[in-house]
Design a protein around this ligand. Structure first.
Ligand SMILES: Nc1ncnc2c1ncn2[C@@H]1O[C@H](COP(=O)(O)OP(=O)(O)OP(=O)(O)O)[C@@H](O)[C@H]1O
Ligand SMILES: [Mg+2]
Length: 451
């Protein structure tokens, strides 16, 4: 390496500056195509390496090909004469002891190679291409390496677009800001940027915006405008946060109330619903808790219900009526013993059930939907737009990722319990939002009765 000083001059845009300045534990940047994400990530890593002696940095993409194209080649040119590249280890070594290692996690278990290592900074490019399990595994390696002289609080930086296997966890942490257990909301910052924020691209390649504008609608909403509820394959594209959610209000005493339960040891999803005077359904409370045995699930449901609520019935998965061979007891018996009374077997016909739910989500002539969810029901609101179409069974929802299916299934049981039997099979599939060639909606199916 020569003694000549190489000057690197960069001109970040305002959003990129905010990204550079963020000091929270986890900072995400982007949320749409072309916002200058990869550039910002690369520059941030280089600035840290140059500015913090001895810092150990890991920069990740999902595949080797993406890593080479997006980061290795630009970094080789940017850091020529500044840092030495060791190709076997895929790392840039700086004279001040700093190191940027480039890595990828092609398969789920590739992440294990970083176990036991320590990086003060981890940059995850296109975070929605990584699974939540990979993210959590990497957080274990995000710690003090012992090679820095100055104190430094470990951090992770992310760039992301909607869609992909990791859509759910990235959206939860950075967009919906729903936190569990020990997760601290102050640790998460999202800096949203669109292609319009990328002055460089707007000047040099303005046609790129037209390319994004020409995408199919849902993908365009996601990639051009960063709409996290719009990604392709959404099972309920009708779902609109503004229309289908409302702030909690006091439910009039005379409204009918009932519950809907989808039980599994992995997740108990129970919804509390009320039927408005105009037959609109309001979901006003949810229980969403993993690892509850059935008797405890029953107790939690009872604890979460005030006496005065006067629950008319609880509709629940039909398998709860099966008797267990060892005990001779059914789920129905166990729930009843826990205090959950007036249990009703759900109609579990999936496709008719999804159709009914779709009808409830669609807006009527007055522009209002027939189903509204109180904003405190965060898991239902989070998971409903994440459901995707099953790739094998037309009109059914995919049952993966399994975690997101529980609350929508409970909601399906709920709406099916409001529809008279003669209508259940008769509702046609709404075709307007999809490319399927199916009959148009006929009138007459909107009169859902309130028992
Ligand atoms: N501040 C900047 N100065 C100079 N060039 C920039 C700047 N920001 C972004 N660019 C350039 O704009 C182009 C698009 O940026 P980049 O690849 O970082 O966007 P992206 O958000 O990662 O896009 P994608 O969604 O396709 O991954 C690249 O050529 C990049 O080098
Ligand atoms: Mg990029």
């Amino acid at each position: 390496m020569s003694d000549t000083v190489k000057e690197i001059v960069i001109t970040p845009n305002d959003k990129q500056k905010q990204f550079f300045e963020s000091r929270t534990r986890y900072t995400a940047y982007g949320g749409a195509r072309g916002g200058g994400k990869s550039w910002a990530m690369r520059m941030k890593m280089v600035m840290l390496a140059l500015g913090c002696d001895g810092i150990q940095i890991l920069l990740l993409r999902r595949t080797l090909g993406e890593l080479r194209e997006n980061h290795l080649f630009p970094l080789l040119s940017l850091l020529e004469g500044v840092a030495k590249y060791a190709s076997t280890e895929k790392e840039f070594r700086f004279p001040n002891g700093s190191r940027i290692r480039l890595g990828y996690c092609d398969s789920e278990n590739d992440v294990l190679q970083f176990q036991g290592q320590a990086y003060e900074v981890i940059g995850m490019e296109e975070a929605t291409h990584f699974t939540e399990r990979q993210f959590f595994a990497l957080t274990e390696s995000n710690r003090y390496s012992g090679q820095m002289k100055e104190p430094f609080r470990p951090r992770m930086y992310f760039t992301c677009n909607p869609g992909g296997v990791g859509h759910d966890w990235v959206k939860r942490l950075f967009v919906d800001r729903i936190y569990r257990g020990a997760e601290n909301p102050d640790d998460y910052t999202m800096i949203r940027s669109l292609v319009f924020d990328n002055k460089f691209l707007m000047e040099h390649n303005p046609e790129y915006v037209q390319t994004l504008q020409a995408l199919p609608e849902a993908r365009r909403r996601a990639m051009l405008y960063g709409d996290w509820n719009a990604f392709e394959g959404a099972f309920f594209p009708e779902f609109d946060y503004d229309k289908h959610t409302c702030d909690a209000f006091d439910i009039p005493k005379e409204w009918i109330r009932f519950r809907a339960l989808d039980y599994g040891l992995d997740m108990t999803a129970c919804l509390w619903l009320a039927v408005g005077s105009d037959k609109t359904l309001y979901v006003y409370r949810e229980l969403y808790e993993p690892d509850l045995i059935l008797s405890d699930a029953g107790k939690r449901i009872v604890q979460n219900t005030a006496e005065r609520e006067n629950i008319r019935y609880t509709v629940a998965s039909p398998d709860l009526w099966n008797r267990r061979q060892d005990s001779g007891k059914s789920g129905f018996d166990i729930l009843s013993a826990s205090g959950v009374k007036r249990l009703v077997k759900a109609n579990n016909a999936r496709i008719p059930g999804w159709r009914v739910l779709r009808e409830y989500l669609c807006t009527g002539e007055n522009g209002m939907p027939r189903l509204v969810i109180f904003r405190n029901c965060k898991n239902l609101i989070r998971t409903l737009p994440l459901l995707r179409f099953d790739t094998d069974v037309t009109e059914d929802a995919a049952d993966t990722p399994h975690e997101i299916t529980h609350a929508p299934e409970a909601l399906r049981y709920a709406v099916m319990s409001r529809v008279p039997d003669r209508h259940k099979q008769a509702i046609p599939f709404r075709s307007s939002l999809y490319t399927f060639d199916t009959p148009k909606r006929e009138d007459g199916y909107g009169d859902f009765i309130a028992y």
